[in-house]
Design a protein around this ligand. Structure first.
Ligand SMILES: *Cc1c(COP(=O)(O)O)cnc(C)c1O
Length: 392
């Protein structure tokens, strides 16, 4: 059976009514026959049939033993960090998602957890950063917004040799393109807000565990700390995941066409997209993934905030917004939006220059998206670099 057929039919028909869509069990508690005698559910923080269905589908997609759904991607990350204790260390990808950075440094540091950030595209750097206190390696591949690719299998071997947990944030790739658990990860997390939900109508997170035992530990924190996904949001997540394969495929087709167009455009300085042979992670991405995803970043020859601002306010279909992974194309200007709080020097060192623009390529017709970018380039002010003189 093909994966997509398996996925569609792993979503159960409601045994009680025959409903083909998963019912939303909007209930807080479940009636018991006698104390402790129930139908597998007692209180909806601990378990809920709608949430359980979402968890099972995503565990299956990632090839994990279990999954636990949370109220956001950050709540999912938070549950993984709770596996650690004071004095433990994390080795993490240096251009980590900003919210994860804030969680690690502003919340967990004060509880005695230390994080070493390294360029994980350099496997040796990961190895060198390990100390006897390292308990967790945290990876994103591709990263945001420079789409850096790290070797999941090689880092998995380092984690195993040092007896530390290995967690991959698989938000950008999705299990359709990349399955970290099969490559040696112990845990996968998602901001299901992005591609898994897929329609920009949901905040959700998920942790998938390779083993039942690790899954039970995560489930303990899910119940003990309580940041669960609601029944209605679980329903939306299921509905999103049902079309994940089709969407990811089309996001990739559109993104490849746009990346190739951008790479030859005279106003563009650099394109970051793992599907381009010029990308330093292209060969590795080809090996460990089935495709290159729907996110592209690029910089302008006129490397100024003014030029980028002019561009991101000139598109029609690409809407200016944070977030990614939905059916509608979005774009953002990290230097002024997602990465604004990072000091300019640090931001630039990470490859996020003033004019860097990130596209989340949606599911519109490829030609319409190309035409949208083309007309935005035509509106670029010739003298936008004047801002350089002012800010120098
Ligand atoms: C958005 C995002 C998160 C955080 O998820 P929320 O659902 O916004 O809490 C984590 N990791 C990555 C890579 C993301 O893009």
């Amino acid at each position: 059976m093909s994966t997509i057929t398996e996925l569609i039919h792993s979503i159960p028909v409601d045994p009680q009514t025959g409903a083909i869509a998963v019912p939303i069990y909007q209930t807080s508690t479940f009636v018991q026959e006698a104390p402790g005698v129930n139908k597998g559910y007692d209180y909806a923080r601990s378990n809920n049939p709608t949430r359980e269905t979402a968890e099972k589908i995503i565990a299956k997609l990632e090839g994990g033993a279990t999954a636990s759904a949370f109220a956001s991607g950050l709540a999912a990350i938070d549950a993984v960090i709770k596996l650690l204790k004071s004095g433990d260390e994390i080795v993490a990808v240096d251009d980590i998602y900003g919210g994860a950075f804030r969680l690690f440094n502003k919340v967990y540091e004060k509880f005695g957890i230390k994080v070493n950030y390294v360029d994980t595209a350099d496997t040796q750097a990961v190895f060198n950063a390990i100390t006897p206190a390292t308990r967790l390696i945290w990876l994103e591949t591709p990263t945001n917004p420079t789409l850096k690719i790290s070797d999941i299998a090689a880092i998995g071997r380092i984690a195993k040799a040092h007896n530390c947990l290995f967690c991959v944030d698989n938000t950008f790739a999705t299990p359709v393109l990349q399955q970290p658990l099969a490559l040696g990860a112990d845990l996968v997390i998602h901001s299901a807000t992005k591609y898994l939900g897929g329609h920009s109508d949901l905040i959700a997170g998920i942790v998938v565990s390779k083993t039942q035992q690790l899954g039970e530990e995560i489930k303990f924190y899910q119940n003990a700390c309580g940041a669960i996904l609601s029944p209605f949001d679980s329903f939306l997540l299921i509905r999103g995941v049902e079309t994940l394969h089709l969407r990811v495929k089309q996001h990739g087709i559109n993104a490849q066409a746009l990346a190739e167009y951008l790479a030859q455009h005279p106003a563009v300085a650099k394109v970051f997209y793992p599907g381009l042979p010029s990308h330093p992670g292209h060969e590795l991405a080809k090996q460990q993934s089935k495709g290159f995803g729907g996110i592209i970043s690029f910089t302008l020859k006129d490397d100024t905030k003014a030029a980028a601002t002019a561009f991101v306010t000139s598109t029609h279909y690409f809407k200016l917004a944070e977030s990614l992974g939905g059916i509608k194309s979005l774009l953002c200007h990290p230097a002024e939006m997602t990465h604004k709080s990072i000091p300019a020097e640090k931001r630039k060192a990470a490859g996020v220059s003033d004019s860097l623009i990130r596209l989340s390529v949606g599911l519109e017709e490829t030609g319409d998206l190309l035409a949208d970018l083309e007309q935005a380039f035509k509106q670029l002010p010739v003298h936008a670099h004047a801002e350089n003189v002012l800010s120098a």
